[in-house]
Design a protein around this ligand. Sequence first.
Ligand SMILES: O=c1ccn([C@@H]2O[C@H](COP(=O)(O)O)[C@@H](O)[C@H]2O)c(=O)[nH]1
Length: 242
Amino acid sequence: MQNHGPLIISLDVSTRAALFSFIEQFSPDEKLTIKIGMELFYGEGPRIVRDLLNRGYDVFLDLKLHDIPNTVKNGMKQIGKLGVAFTTVHALGGSAMINQAKQGLIEGAEEAGVQPPKLLAVTELTSITPEGLANEQNSKLSMVDQVVSLANLAKQSGADGVITSPLEVEALRAAVGDDFWYVTPGIRPKDFPKDDQSRTATPAEAATVGSSTLVVGRPIINANDSVATYHKMLEEWQNANR
Ligand SMILES: O=c1ccn([C@@H]2O[C@H](COP(=O)(O)O)[C@@H](O)[C@H]2O)c(=O)[nH]1
């Protein structure tokens, strides 16, 4: 299976102090990939991203841009300058927006002399249920068909991959191909509460269906022993049958 990536920790905290007190539980040699979302980014600004990069961590900046193409391009130009590994838009923003997002990342990265991040398009949020898709979004498609349709759009528009739940990954690999990233949040250890997630799977299940990379937040952050929980989930992800 291609692009078997890291288990990304979604560090959904609101302050720099909380971020570093979490990270300092780990050995400095541990090669972590940290996802920063809107909570920390809006609270602390881009400096927090630079601080993590300077300490050697890989960063996934997950701001899920969704606006007109020109606005997204200019926002992505700023993100492209940072040197992060992944960033996101909503696929529902459409082809022109995704295309301009990619362009902005390339221009920003070139200006700063860094590599552009991989652009991931969010398909249907993992909190959305099939009923919500039908009744609130009035989609006539099943969840899988809707996600495949958005992933095809994202790929044709220049994205490097999608954010989706593991439940759609097998269909995506068949319909969209292996040369694309399938990044999956909604990961829960067996018997762990779903919280506000709807379409969930364990690390082993996600590996078996072909997820490229996992995103895990609360099960690790809120654990009594976050380091042990991270290692247990990482081992399950790395050792599952593929
Ligand atoms: O469809 C999506 C897109 C993004 N996310 C993000 O992933 C993490 C998941 O956190 P958990 O605590 O493990 O539920 C969170 O930052 C979301 O914003 C997602 O869950 N689903």
